[in-house]
Ligand binder design. Sequence first.
Ligand SMILES: Nc1ncnc2c1ncn2[C@@H]1O[C@H](COP(=O)(O)OP(=O)(O)OP(=O)(O)O)[C@@H](O)[C@H]1O
Ligand SMILES: [Mg+2]
Length: 375
Amino acid sequence: MIENPFILEPYKSKELFCDREKECSTILSYLNNGRNVTLISPRRLGKTGLIRRIFDEIYLTGQRFDTIYADISASQSIEDFIKILSAAVAESVYRKNKVTDFLKSLGGIRPLIGIDELTGKPQLTFTFRAEEEKVLTIKALFDCLEKNKKQVILAIDEFQQIREYSGVNMEAVLRSYIQPLRNVRFIFSGSKKHVMTDMFSNARNPFYESTTFVSLEKLDRSIYGSFIQHLFNQYGKEISPNLVQQMIVWSEGYTYYTQALCNEVFLRSGDSVTSEDVKGAKQAILSLNRDRFLELQRLSTRGQWKLLKAIALEGEVQQPTGEYFLKKYGLPSGSSVLKTMKALIEKELVLATPTEQGVTYCVYNIFLKRYLESL
Ligand SMILES: Nc1ncnc2c1ncn2[C@@H]1O[C@H](COP(=O)(O)OP(=O)(O)OP(=O)(O)O)[C@@H](O)[C@H]1O
Ligand SMILES: [Mg+2]
């Protein structure tokens, strides 16, 4: 069986990753010029993939950086943060067999070092005798990177998560240790735009104006179209440009959803992709997700589901309290719609995008949107 070239993971290789050339070189030039970067986009658009792509580019072109990636999305506390960061640092140090140097550089705090059985990656367990030891460990980790021979790029993915830790002003702690570093450059990446913007552009907060913003947009449709066409052809399948465009339109060129659709079409088609293959793939995706969507419906109030469906049918809503929208979908008063909308945004079912004309609301998950349209 031929391997499916439409990856459903953030990054595999440059060949299977579409474009992002400009973003990649812009971010690299910022880092090369001593700036730290804040990378923002809605979920599933390709932030993690882009970080991986940047790291791969550094590797491919032999640039002068060591790279470290830490995904802190699962962390709930400063202890979790230390665990994830130290494992990420150890992994990059491990590769060079300098574990003892690394442990030494942590000073008085001696972690137990082991291997995670599931992932095969290093795992460090710290026992803290006093609260101060926690922040000191973070400092020690950064100091260790400061002493690294090559410059280091540390990407902290889902950075907004640090706001969830209780009992510590993590932004102040990190900012104070990060500011003096000369040998380490940071990429702070996150999907919660309002939290990230507040962290980095609100004068009251420690990270205020300390980084350069890069926001990731959807891929250019014609570049994405050529990429899809090329991969089908290269892997032995004919497909018409028209069908490629149809797939992009249905999945709104939203990377995760477009990749998932292409992956499904690829696996169910023969040497030549037909419109029946595309139709079948769409149906398969919706029926695969049906249980999850029914569960979502069960967990929502009737009002929330009704509003969500109205947004799906409308595509994009700019004036959710306007008479036209309320009347068309039989919605209650504007104030109640606003309250419901807030709940839908918090549940990440609706994406609110600020534009010059005001805020635009749409259903976050494209497959859910297609499902709602089909009801
Ligand atoms: N440039 C690209 N080329 C091909 N596929 C891509 C590209 N960017 C993203 N993808 C696809 O989209 C999916 C989501 O990308 P990724 O996980 O990088 O997004 P993210 O913004 O980090 O999402 P989250 O906020 O949920 O962590 C990937 O699994 C991959 O299938
Ligand atoms: Mg990600």
